[in-house]
Design a protein around this ligand. Structure first.
Ligand SMILES: Nc1nc2c(ncn2[C@@H]2O[C@H](COP(=O)(O)OP(=O)(O)O)[C@@H](O)[C@H]2O)c(=O)[nH]1
Ligand SMILES: [Mg+2]
Length: 312
């Protein structure tokens, strides 16, 4: 029998919207794959980011934020299903808690649920520590530790077997903290054959990443008037000397179109030019990006349209 000399593992990032999951995944793999914004629910799909170093291949799984609410459109429950589905086959689940937020009532319910459903160790991360004073970080560390101490007796040792009693303080902006997290992750994964090429960065298509970078700019460029139900589809992707990309932004209501285009097209221009920079960086090529806006009435309510536009 062939001896396995490689290490391989799936590591999931879970937590409330805005906890910093996508930012931390990007920091762990050292590349920008996942869209990031200040607004909740930027992430809608499970996205894998892959790094291979030495004999180890790590696959980080970014997930939509765990959230609840009454009267949310169907897309939100699809996002939640997508998050829970990400738990399957993991070697380690990381639950991220924003240090400034701590454990809210919702948070405690989701964390308990995650621990009950997980079939692997759960590591709690207290994130964005660079943003807060040491005193608050220490206070929150104690608060989370107390919570975990009360929770631990009710959980299986599979879940509590790795650093469960204490949260790990972490900032995506501090290289040493990201390195430390990767060291811990490496100690938690088993020996196994790699499932991806040595230079693979993600499992999603380039087209999907482009649509996410456009959606990221929609979330970033628009203020409170942001139509949360915006979706992006790539209509043309031609790689020549210059990469030509046409994409349509779908909004659920007529009024949203005006917001997306902005006064004299200012908003759509800003979305396009910022997204183009991210795409050029990804493709390492010059890009011609054309954006169109179309109304697809209440698409976030219809499973078929959600699948077609968002792929979930
Ligand atoms: N200062 C600081 N900000 C962060 C950190 N991680 C995430 N953020 C910010 O928090 C917001 C939400 O981040 P994001 O990764 O999209 O959160 P997600 O919804 O959990 O994926 C963004 O504005 C990020 O720039 C961090 O370690 N430090
Ligand atoms: Mg995210």
């Amino acid at each position: 029998m062939k001896e396995i000399t490689n290490n391989f593992g799936f590591i999931g990032f879970f937590g409330a919207p805005n906890a910093g999951k996508s930012t931390l995944m990007n920091a762990c793999i050292g590349e920008k794959i996942a869209a990031v914004s200040k607004k909740a629910q930027t992430t809608r799909n499970q996205i894998r980011g892959i790094i291979t170093t030495g004999s180890t291949q790590l696959v980080f799984v970014d997930t939509p934020g765990l959230h609840k609410g009454r009267k949310l459109p169907a897309i939100n429950s699809r996002m939640m299903q997508e998050a829970w589905r990400s738990l399957e086959g993991l070697d380690l689940a990381c639950y991220l808690i924003d240090t400034g937020v701590g454990i809210s009532t919702h948070e405690s319910l989701f964390l308990k649920q995650l621990c009950e459903r997980a079939n692997c160790p759960v590591l709690i991360l207290l994130t964005k520590t660079d943003k807060y004073k040491n005193k608050l970080v220490d206070e929150k560390t104690k608060e989370v530790s107390d919570f975990l101490r009360d929770l631990a007796p009710h959980l299986s040792t599979r879940v509590t077997s790795l650093g469960f009693s204490q949260p790990l303080q972490c900032s995506a902006k501090a290289k040493d903290m990201v390195k430390n997290l990767i060291r811990i992750v490496c100690s938690a994964i088993p020996q196994g054959e790699w499932q991806y090429d040595v230079d693979a960065m993600t499992d999603v298509s380039t087209q999907f990443l482009v649509s996410e970078f456009i959606r990221e700019q929609i979330f970033r460029q628009l203020g409170d008037e942001l139509p949360y139900g915006s979706g992006v589809m790539i209509d043309r992707f031609e790689e020549k000397e210059v990469t030509h990309i046409d994409a349509t932004i779908y909004v659920p209501r007529e009024g949203h179109k005006r917001i997306m285009v902005g006064k004299q097209g200012k908003t759509i221009k800003a979305i396009g030019s910022e997204a183009r920079k991210s795409v050029e960086n990804l493709l390492q090529n010059k890009v011609m990006l054309r954006l169109f806006v179309s109304v697809e009435k209440k698409w976030t309510e219809h499973p078929g349209a959600i699948h077609q536009i968002q792929g979930i």
